[in-house]
Design a protein. Structure first.
Length: 304
């Protein structure tokens, strides 16, 4: 998340409260080998990451990608975006003016309708777990700094360095107050002296199963993203597809970073960018071109 976008207002809401329980679809399966595509095959749903994948390197949408999405929708293919970005950083999606404007945001912790500016579903971290995890990481990894995403509000603790986080309501709080604010959907852990992979290797044993740990910092900055246990892009996407009667084999997914791994493993037709993080190399995924060359849009057009 490197480009600055204007905030998108949101209001709390629920998607089908009767069915929106804590039950999470099973998205823990190992990467699988896609079956050969029959001639003329096309997905029912396409899901794409934003930064480093659908968006050009400058954070904009290329005309080719924009038109490919419009053509896919006209052909009856549903298009969903799944991103680590918070809902306050989704103006780039709003500008597309899609008929279906639902976005999997904050790595699956929020399902957000961009056009209606409405939170359809939220999976916050339990405050007691948040406080304990922050305490344990601070002890185990000296120099760690913390921030929490609440949606349109971003709370940052002592020493946390803002990196293009100007959109929305940004508040600086002492760590003791930071972890006490309810509704955090993502915990950010920053340690500038370590790269993301090194930081993740040190933090994961400390956190254990209490939270889901991932990262997407393409610039090598030591920054991790932690969500409630079991919450990933895949968990939110699987729930959305189940409600719509769409199976994994009917889904084509695009991504480039560790926070896309669960989604790419779940989808029947995973695609990774040419510059994808090395940790995705073991996935049985189709490697496409660069986001600089609108590779997502070119692949979409191949199905139309």
């Amino acid at each position: 998340m490197t480009s600055r976008l204007e905030p998108a207002a949101g209001r709390e809401g629920e998607l089908d409260p009767e069915g929106a329980t804590d039950r999470q679809p099973d998205t823990s399966a190992s990467p699988r080998t896609p079956t050969p595509e029959p001639e003329g095959w096309r997905p029912r749903l396409v899901v794409s990451d934003l930064d480093g994948t659908f968006l050009s390197p400058d954070g904009t949408v290329s005309e080719l990608n924009r038109q490919a999405v419009a053509d896919a929708l006209a052909a009856g293919i549903e298009v969903v975006f799944a991103t680590g970005r918070p809902i306050r950083w989704l103006q780039v999606v709003a500008d597309l003016g899609l008929a279906n404007s639902v976005v999997v945001a904050s790595n699956g912790a929020m399902l957000y309708d961009v056009a209606r500016e409405e939170v359809l579903r939220s999976s916050p971290i339990e405050p007691e777990v948040l406080a304990a995890v922050v305490r344990d990481i601070a002890e185990a990894v000296p120099g760690s700094r913390f921030a929490t995403e609440q949606g349109v509000t971003f709370n940052v603790g002592e020493g946390y360095q803002l990196r293009g986080d100007g959109a929305g309501d940004v508040r600086r709080l002492p760590t003791a107050e930071l972890v006490a604010v309810p509704g955090a959907v993502k915990l950010l852990v920053q340690q500038p002296d370590l790269d993301p992979d090194e930081l993740a290797a040190r933090v994961r044993p400390v956190v254990g199963e209490r939270l889901t740990v991932t990262h997407s910092a393409a610039d090598g900055t030591g920054l991790l993203e932690l969500s409630a246990p079991g919450v990933t892009k895949a968990s939110a996407l699987a729930d959305w597809c189940e409600r719509r009667g769409i199976t994994p084999d009917e889904v084509a997914a695009f991504g480039d970073m560790p926070n896309d791994r669960a989604m790419l493993s779940w989808a029947g037709r995973p695609h990774v960018m040419a510059e994808a993080h090395p940790s995705l190399s073991d996935l049985c995924a189709t490697v496409i071109g660069s986001n600089a060359d609108s590779a997502v849009g070119r692949t979409l057009r191949g199905w139309l």
